[in-house]
Design a protein around this ligand. Structure first.
Ligand code: PPS
Length: 293
């Protein structure tokens, strides 16, 4: 795989961004959401692919095996803000989705979400992940994906993460901003990666209750079995093996899928500094994360 130049991070209305996510800005902002659309929103590496696949199976597994074996998940659940020619624009893919509901993925901080999603009262599923594991996963993702900025070494990356110098901005602002939205926007389901790891079946039940879905016990079991880490890692439609900017020999997209891998990366000093800084940045006592299970 040839080495390609990495994009530069720049400030975009107060949020770190790369061109790939701002070049199509007018179309993103003017995107016409429909009332039955479901927006899957996350900070990068929080469990987007996992929850996207769960929702795709809950809604569309009945369409038969062809869809599951021939259409990559990122085409079934388009990434709204992506603009990476020659690939189709995320907004075009979303516009042309033949399914109802349309499942649409975004990493945008809440203030950048096209207003039609709120006006149409769309259902929103937000997935968040504890900051330490999220940072570790993001570090390895930037190492393997030349479409992202160069991460530098782990300590450089961690410092940038704490300072919010990341694509899609600060993790702290992202999870806090979306948490705040939950207070005023009722069509909202806020989930945690750690809860999915602890009990995926329970989280599928909660999602079904939010979405008013009632799969049979057998259907639910089939979804649960399909979305295990090992199955998604083997599945070419969910493991991003079709993406040419990702060098999965450096680090696989489906890397570890664990809670607590941060302990293999943070030094004692880094952990203390991180915890101290974390206390300053987290505003809502009710927004609590699990760092181990
Ligand atoms: S992205 O690029 O933002 O869309 O990435 P995202 O899908 O949000 O996050 C990738 C991380 O989620 C893990 N993952 C899973 N963990 C457990 N079980 C399942 N089924 C699963 N699917 C994805 C994936 O391994 C990445 O985490 P790390 O810690 O890097 O392994």
């Amino acid at each position: 795989m040839e080495a390609r130049p990495r994009p530069d991070l720049f400030d975009f209305h107060g949020v770190g961004m790369i061109k790939e996510f701002t070049e199509n800005w007018d179309n993103i902002q003017n995107f016409k959401a429909r009332p039955d659309d479901i927006l899957i929103a996350t900070y990068t590496k929080a469990g987007t692919t996992w929850v996207s696949y769960i929702l795709d199976l809950l809604y569309f597994a009945h369409m038969g095996p062809d869809r599951q074996t021939s259409i990559p998940l990122h085409d079934r659940v388009p990434f709204l803000e992506i603009c990476k020619p020659p690939l189709p624009l995320g907004t075009d893919l979303a516009d042309k989705l033949p399914t109802t509901p349309r499942l649409i993925k975004t990493h945008l901080p809440v203030q950048f979400v096209p207003k039609s999603f709120w006006e149409q009262r769309c259902r929103v599923v937000y997935v968040s992940r504890n900051a330490k594991d999220n940072a570790v996963s993001y570090f390895h993702f930037e190492r393997m994906n030349c479409a992202m900025p160069e991460p530098g070494d782990w300590s450089t990356f961690l410092q940038n993460f704490m300072e919010g110098k990341m694509v899609f901005g600060s993790w702290y602002d992202h999870v806090n901003g979306w948490w705040e939205k939950k207070e005023t926007y009722s069509n909202f389901h806020y989930m945690f990666y750690e809860d999915l790891i602890e009990d995926c079946g329970r989280e599928i039940d909660r999602l079904c209750s939010f979405l008013s879905l009632s799969p049979s016990p057998e259907e639910k079991e089939r979804v649960k079995a399909s979305v295990t880490f090992d199955n998604m890692k083997q599945n070419k439609m969910t493991n991003y093996s079709t993406f040419d900017t990702m060098n999965q020999t450096i680090s696989p997209f489906m890397r570890k899928g664990k809670v607590g891998d941060w302990k293999n990366h943070f030094t004692v000093a880094q952990n203390e500094q991180f915890d101290e800084d974390y206390k300053q940045k987290m505003k809502y006592p009710d927004l609590k994360f699990h760092y181990e299970i």
